[in-house]
Design a protein around this ligand. Structure first.
Ligand SMILES: Nc1ncnc2c1ncn2[C@@H]1O[C@H](COP(=O)(O)OP(=O)(O)OP(=O)(O)O)[C@@H](O)[C@H]1O
Ligand SMILES: [Mg+2]
Length: 158
């Protein structure tokens, strides 16, 4: 996949935030899940069909994000941490948008937090390398085999 190191950076930032949220309350559950979903949820297409999107979720059972902060968390320099730069999620959002993907957050104070990055179906995904290397065909990302969960499992953070 294009810009693998950027995508890894985005994932690491989400996981680091989740860890920090759990450390603040002395432990909890952190889960990373990759799965496929039909681009059109109403269609009869199987989740590993040609129009499937790929979702990457990072969930934690931490304190959650208060409603009044949700609209600000992607702003550069917004941080509630003593030593936070507030640049982590701004970078994540930039990387996600550069890949033609979207990021959603599901959280509320007291209910944990889930960030979901949804990559467009391979058929419609823009390829960042195409403009950078004209004439060179990029390899399209493939849907996940069986559309199943390929990574997951809960792990405790001490
Ligand atoms: N998993 C999470 N649980 C609770 N709050 C979160 C979570 N992820 C982000 N936040 C909130 O969003 C704010 C912005 O996150 P962001 O990653 O941009 O900056 P930061 O973590 O504060 O600083 P840095 O990433 O530079 O260490 C955090 O300060 C925190 O208030
Ligand atoms: Mg951060």
């Amino acid at each position: 996949m294009a810009d693998e190191s950027q995508l890894r950076q985005a994932l690491l930032n989400l996981v680091r935030n989740a860890r920090e949220a759990l450390e603040g309350q002395g432990g909890g559950r952190l889960r990373v899940v990759v799965d496929g979903a039909p681009a059109n949820p109403g269609s009869a297409e199987p989740s590993n069909g040609g129009d499937a999107t790929v979702r990457l979720s990072v969930e934690d059972s931490g304190p959650g994000i208060p409603r009044e902060h949700i609209g600000k968390i992607f702003d550069p320099f917004f941080s509630t941490k003593a030593k936070g730069t507030g640049l982590g999620l701004a970078l994540v959002q930039q990387i996600v948008l550069e890949h033609g993907a979207r990021i959603d957050v599901d959280s509320d104070a007291g209910s944990g937090t889930r960030f979901v990055i949804t990559f467009p179906s391979p058929a419609t995904a823009p390829d960042p390398r195409r403009s950078a290397m004209p004439g060179v065909d990029a390899v399209a990302p493939r849907p996940l085999p069986n559309g199943g969960v390929v990574s997951g499992g809960a792990r405790s953070v001490p």
